[in-house]
Design a binder for this molecule. Structure first.
Ligand SMILES: [Zn+2]
Length: 90
């Protein structure tokens, strides 16, 4: 088969093509000292087909989105887009 699966970038939504050099990001599974703490570790590893279906793995299409993912992690602790809950005064 030409395409292994239709993965999309967790940051920009771009679809993975076979030739793309993608990366995988995992959060917080390296040193998880306390289960109820938010993820505090950002790990980026080269694409790995067998791990890409792991639901804890985020799919990143390239260094631009890897940078965005890191920025999100540093500001929110997750890779989710900034949540706008009305006006937050921090
Ligand atoms: Zn992307």
């Amino acid at each position: 088969m030409a395409w292994d699966e239709s993965f999309t970038c967790d940051i920009c939504g771009k679809m993975k093509l076979e030739s793309n050099h993608w990366w995988m990001v995992t959060l917080g599974d390296v040193f998880c000292f306390e289960a109820d703490q938010p993820p505090k570790h950002f790990s980026i590893v080269p694409w790995n087909a067998s791990e890409s279906r792991n639901e804890d793995v985020h799919h990143i299409c390239g260094e631009g989105c890897a940078t965005k993912a890191l920025e999100r992690f540093m500001s929110t602790g997750t890779l989710a887009k900034e949540v706008h809950l009305g006006s937050m005064h921090v």
